[in-house]
Design a protein around this ligand. Structure first.
Ligand SMILES: [Ca+2]
Ligand SMILES: [Ca+2]
Length: 348
């Protein structure tokens, strides 16, 4: 009887802890959302220094799940620092007008750090090993996989879930450890970007390290690498000197991937040259979650979708010319797929 009472007590405490924790997440989310709102799309011209928004580490510091944290200096290892300043984001020559790529506008950003590389499977494994974290795809029991990566016999048995994009298949038990479903694993892919992680999963990972997701404006400024009004992180020529600088799709989408850049699916996060800020794969390889809610005109403090940036190994100019710094797209925060990952940011 006594052990039963103890068990009930433990369940009650666990439930209370989860309620308190979800409140903390929501509260901190609201704080950062407000900040993202102001620092992203609502400042068309600079007024005064009061008008810019600071994203501090304080909001996420309450979410830390590690016992102790290194100093910001130590935490910023393998991150690049972008010094505070006024930057131009967006474009006056949008490819996808409806996405809200324009207009070109000025933003002021405080100094921030951003990961040099996309978060890898190895890094996400360390997080899961330390915390027992369970991703949303694992809880839902499925995730979206590009059909071309599946064997024909598997592909033919799965009904099409998205009529407008029949190449996306909802595969049972596909998750970050099983990128193409239960028969797949991470062998030889520990240095590839983690995929099948939702925005909520990405947020939790960054918070665990005392970091946060970059705002869309921070991400785009980082992507541009100090260059002004260029399509890609290195300039306007997609293949300078005939050498690929990003992992996208060559050939005819979705039937024929000629892999001229060397990769059919994800590539190691260390692959391809960095931009002038020392950042790799800002475009291509995997889409990257940003902190912001999606909107095409003003930055809302709430919404249904989160902004993702950079395009992926599935992007081809014929249908998804979104491997550009100004390009953007969106998904609900619980979405996961085999071409969507993230990197973290940190306030200075
Ligand atoms: Ca490729
Ligand atoms: Ca990327």
């Amino acid at each position: 009887m006594r052990s039963l009472r103890l068990l009930v007590c433990a369940f009650v405490l666990l439930a209370l802890y989860r309620v308190a924790r979800s409140f903390k997440y929501e509260h901190s989310n609201q704080q950062l959302s407000h900040c993202a709102q102001r620092s992203n799309r609502q400042i068309n011209k600079l007024k005064d220094t009061q008008d810019h928004c600071s994203v501090t580490n304080d909001a996420v510091s309450r979410l830390y799940t590690k016992e102790t944290f290194d100093s910001v200096t130590d935490r910023s290892k393998h991150m690049s620092k972008v010094d505070a300043g006024t930057f131009v984001i967006g474009t006056d020559e949008p490819i996808f007008f409806a996405d809200g790529e324009g207009p070109k506008r000025q933003v002021y950003l405080d100094s921030f750090y951003i990961d040099e590389q996309e978060v890898s499977n190895g890094e996400f494994t360390a997080f899961v090993d330390a915390t027992g974290y369970r991703t949303e795809a694992e809880s839902f029991g499925d995730s979206f996989v590009f059909g071309g990566l599946l064997k024909k016999e598997v592909r033919s048995k799965v009904p099409v879930a998205v009529a407008q994009a029949p190449w996306w298949l909802q595969i049972k038990n596909a998750d970050w450890k099983h990128p193409e479903g239960p028969a797949s694993d991470l062998a030889h892919r520990m240095d590839h970007p983690v995929v099948h992680v939702s925005w909520n999963d990405a947020f939790a990972y960054c918070a665990w390290l005392g970091k946060r997701l970059p705002t869309e404006a921070e991400w785009e400024v980082a992507c541009r690498g100090g260059l002004s009004d260029r399509l890609y992180p290195w300039g306007n020529n997609l293949i300078p000197n005939g050498r690929y600088r990003a992992n996208i799709w060559q050939g005819d989408f979705p039937s024929n991937n000629t892999k001229e850049d060397g990769y059919e699916s994800t590539s190691p996060v260390t692959e391809f040259p960095p931009n002038k800020y020392g950042l790799r794969n800002m475009i291509g390889n995997v889409w990257e979650w940003t902190f912001d809610w999606w909107s095409v005109d003003s930055g809302p403090s709430h919404g249904s979708d989160k902004v993702k940036k950079g395009g992926s190994y599935l992007c081809h100019k014929s249908y998804c010319f979104r491997y550009r710094c100004a390009a953007r797209s969106q998904n609900t925060p619980d979405t996961s797929s085999g071409n969507l990952g993230f990197r973290c940011a940190l306030s200075v």
